[in-house]
Design a protein around this ligand. Structure first.
Ligand code: 5AD
Length: 337
């Protein structure tokens, strides 16, 4: 598919044509990555963040957030849960918390590997090369860092760098690959100021860069953020602004599957949040092959509020696990082993 065709699909509202898109994406998914949905247990290990991203509820400037960092024992307990549920991978995610010391996390990675043998994915923001190397050597397998949008100007507006630093996520993704990590990235759909042209470029980027997993979620306004409060002022003109809705997110999931047949695509929590009744299922039947059940202890979940009303809030790990497995089986898919 060329850029023109992608753009055309992104703008279409024709229900019959869209049925055709969903069908094609689902077929490409089945033929290339099969019927299994792989489960990756998500542990939100800290909501402390040095950054001030315009969209994110746990940004440093949001003084109303109570901050936490899980202990090593709490993280290990989550790893045991993941192994018990039969998951293959544990994802350790946090704000950009520079209090997560290199050696401390190396110890945790080593213990998780020794005890459970789980694959370990890190999603800890833009960290120094030395940390990234140390964690890889300690046993981490993958790293997730969304580039959020390929429009540099929009990215800079919503994503201020640390003082005196540059924030170039494409450069970091290259570095991560060089170190040896499998690399995940992704975008938000419907950021105020994001145009259809931008979104078509994002989809083209997925193919150009050698990325193993792509997470695609709708942008959800958070009232504790500048973009959440004043997003309307930043919107692109009518007809150009990408809507932050389920339909557009699913189109991007489907187009990404068609463009990158072998890639891993999660059906994201953000998609399940904007349509609680069917968002996760729609993602899975329109190209996705991964789910990330939340394993974060209940008392911390509410505090990891990157956007409001996250679908995983108000449940514990057991409930998230059961609900997601049932949703997968009801679609006639199998659970990856
Ligand atoms: N709406 C949707 N997604 C968000 N993220 C952060 N804030 C929001 C928001 N308000 C996403 C970003 C980040 C990932 C961990 O969560 O894409 O990379």
């Amino acid at each position: 598919m060329n850029r023109r065709e992608i753009l055309d699909w992104l703008k279409t509202e024709d229900a019959d044509r869209l049925e055709e898109l969903w069908k094609t994406a689902d077929t490409v998914r089945r033929e290339n990555v099969g019927n299994a949905v792989h489960l990756r247990g998500l542990v939100e290990i800290s909501n402390i963040c040095a950054r001030d991203c315009g969209y994110c509820g746990i940004r440093a400037g949001n003084a109303s957030v109570s901050r936490y960092r899980m202990t090593a024992d709490e993280i290990l307990d989550c790893a045991r849960l993941a192994a018990g549920f039969g998951y293959g991978t544990l994802v350790l995610q946090a704000g950009e918390d520079h209090g997560i010391a290199s050696a401390w996390l190396c110890g945790i990675i080593g213990s998780i590997k020794d005890e459970t043998g789980l694959a370990i994915t890190l999603s800890l923001g833009e960290r120094d090369d030395a940390d990234l190397v140390a964690w890889y050597r300690a046993g981490a397998d993958r790293y997730l860092l969304r580039f959020e949008t390929s429009n540099r100007e929009l990215y800079e507006r919503i994503h201020p760098p640390l003082p005196g630093r540059d924030s170039d996520r494409f450069q970091i993704l290259g570095k991560l690959r060089e170190i040896g990590y499998e690399v995940g990235s992704g975008i938000m759909v419907g950021i105020p100021g994001q145009t259809y042209d931008d979104l078509a470029n994002d989809v083209m980027m997925f193919r150009e860069h050698d990325i193993d997993m792509i997470g695609i979620g709708p942008y959800i306004p958070h009232p504790g953020t500048p973009l959440g409060r004043e997003g309307d002022r930043h919107k692109a003109p009518d007809g150009e602004q990408v809507p932050a809705d389920e339909l557009t997110t699913c189109k991007v999931v489907a187009l990404t599957r068609i463009q990158c047949p072998l890639i891993n695509i999660p059906s994201t929590t953000a998609l399940a949040t904007i349509n609680r009744a069917g968002g996760r299922e729609h993602g899975l039947s329109r190209g996705a092959n991964i789910c990330m059940p939340n394993l974060t202890p209940r008392k911390y979940r509410e505090l990891y509020e990157i956007y409001p009303s996250k679908a995983s809030c108000g449940e514990n790990a057991d409930e998230s696990n059961t609900r997601i497995k049932n949703q997968i089986l009801a679609l006639g898919r199998t659970i990856g082993t």
